[in-house]
Design a protein around this ligand. Structure first.
Ligand SMILES: O=C([O-])C(=O)C[C@H](O)[C@@H](O)C(=O)[O-]
Ligand SMILES: [Mg+2]
Length: 415
């Protein structure tokens, strides 16, 4: 059995005007849907970034994968590395949010290859990753401050969320809709004192929910230490309060709150430094840039050995990604925190039916062979058509923010 064909379909998904320290989400988030078809007709599904750089990498690598045995995942990586242009090779960082293009592209094709393997064997991807150690995977509510509406559109169902009380209202809706048992706030948006007040109000409204805040490196070391001192005993972890490993180490030394990251530890080479400098206590995995689903479970093992915790990062995504995330989470024994997901913010999908319904904040691990999801061609065609008219080709939260506030400047740190 060999790979015969690969189809790459960029899609646009309607998104909400969610705020972060760089700006605001555009009306559409971009993804690429990947279909890998073997010579016997077995098809594997994947989902990755939709940026120009990622698409370019996927398009370059795809022809080099023809003839590959879908079980040969080491060869997959070497073929991908060889197919990417110099500078996009194994050691080069890229515009894909600073991730190695080789890892991004390898991962994008590893998922459909493992979907194919599972379909051939009649086993789930979780089984191929060592077997699920849990039948359901818990997620946290991913809470955002947000504008009430996109430019030129009517107010969305969530309305404006720009105050601590409005955030509590958003959290109540998220929890009522999906039953989440922990709460993550995207911070770095309002003045830190208001974000501290937000966390206290969430604590009051949800006395038993673990809480986290993630300003994406948007605070100075001084601000981060100030916030951490105020929130001692309130947070389960503080995610990327500051930018850079040394700054993280400075903050870590000043607080007992564990620091988590998806910004300073993005690849295996960075773990030793984070460990030595005691900069990070919890690493957020993400199969899209850690090199795939298998690599993500290996990351779990490394964290276990180093006595670090492991959690899971997300970006705006659809159901194929969610299936992969759930399988990885199910097969990572030491995953000790509820995973992130943007899924509740996305009002569309490309998979058939509604396979992902949160119960008590958790998703059942799909049982079907492979990933356990089926492509809905009508939905795929709709989102592919949306990509053509969306007018968005790159994520640029700052550029879009300038449409709301022409004087807005991106500053890191912001506060
Ligand atoms: O944990 C994180 O850093 C993220 O989820 C990154 C995302 O890009 C988030 O900041 C967003 O969607 O605005
Ligand atoms: Mg983060």
């Amino acid at each position: 059995m060999r790979i015969a064909e690969i189809h790459l379909t960029p899609v646009a998904i309607p998104d909400k005007p969610l705020l972060n320290c760089k700006g605001v989400h555009q009306p559409y988030a971009l993804r690429t849907i990947i279909e890998v078809i073997c010579d016997d007709g077995t098809t594997g599904l994947g989902e990755s970034y939709g940026s120009i750089k990622a698409l370019e990498g996927l398009r370059r690598a795809a022809p080099a994968l023809r003839g590959l045995d879908p079980f040969h995942l080491h060869e997959l990586k070497s073929r991908v590395a060889a197919a990417l242009p110099e500078g996009g090779g194994i050691n080069a960082r890229t515009a894909v949010a600073d991730h190695k293009l080789t890892d991004v592209v390898t991962s994008a094709f590893e998922v459909p290859c493992m979907d194919i393997q599972g379909k051939m064997l009649g086993r789930s991807v979780g089984d191929l990753l060592g077997g699920a150690v849990r039948e359901t995977v818990p997620f946290s509510a991913y809470l955002f401050f947000k504008f009430g509406a996109h430019i030129g559109q009517d107010k969305d169902e969530w309305g404006e969320v720009l105050t601590p009380d409005q955030m509590v209202r958003e959290a109540k809706k998220m929890v009522a809709d999906h039953g989440f048992k922990s709460l993550k706030v995207k911070g770095g948006v309002l003045h830190p004192d208001l974000e501290i007040e937000t966390m206290f109000k969430l604590r009051e409204a949800f006395p038993h929910h673990p809480l986290r805040i993630d300003p994406n490196g948007g605070w100075t070391v001084e601000t981060a230490i100030y916030v951490a001192r105020r929130l001692e005993g309130v947070l389960e972890y503080l995610e990327d309060p500051v930018a850079g490993m040394d700054a993280m180490a400075q903050v870590a030394a000043a607080t007992s709150i564990p620091l988590a990251t998806n910004m300073v530890v993005l690849e295996f080479d960075q773990i030793a430094e984070a460990f030595t400098k005691r900069a990070v206590k919890v690493v957020l995995s993400d199969h899209h840039y850690w090199g795939g689903m298998r690599a993500s479970t290996h990351l779990g093992k490394v964290c276990e050995v180093l006595d670090m915790g492991i959690s899971m990062h997300s970006n705006s995504h659809l159901g194929i990604t969610l299936a992969a995330m759930v399988h990885v989470a199910s097969a990572t024994p030491n995953l000790g925190y509820d995973c992130d997901t943007h899924y509740p913010w996305v009002g569309a999908d490309v998979v058939e039916g509604a396979p992902f319904v949160f119960r008590d904040g958790a998703l059942a691990v799909p049982r079907g062979p492979g990933l356990g999801v089926t492509l809905d061609r009508i939905r795929l065609a709709e989102l592919a058509a949306l990509y053509e008219v969306a007018g968005v080709r790159e994520r640029d939260d700052t550029l879009y923010m300038k449409q709301f506030d022409p004087g807005y400047e991106r500053r890191v740190p912001r506060w």
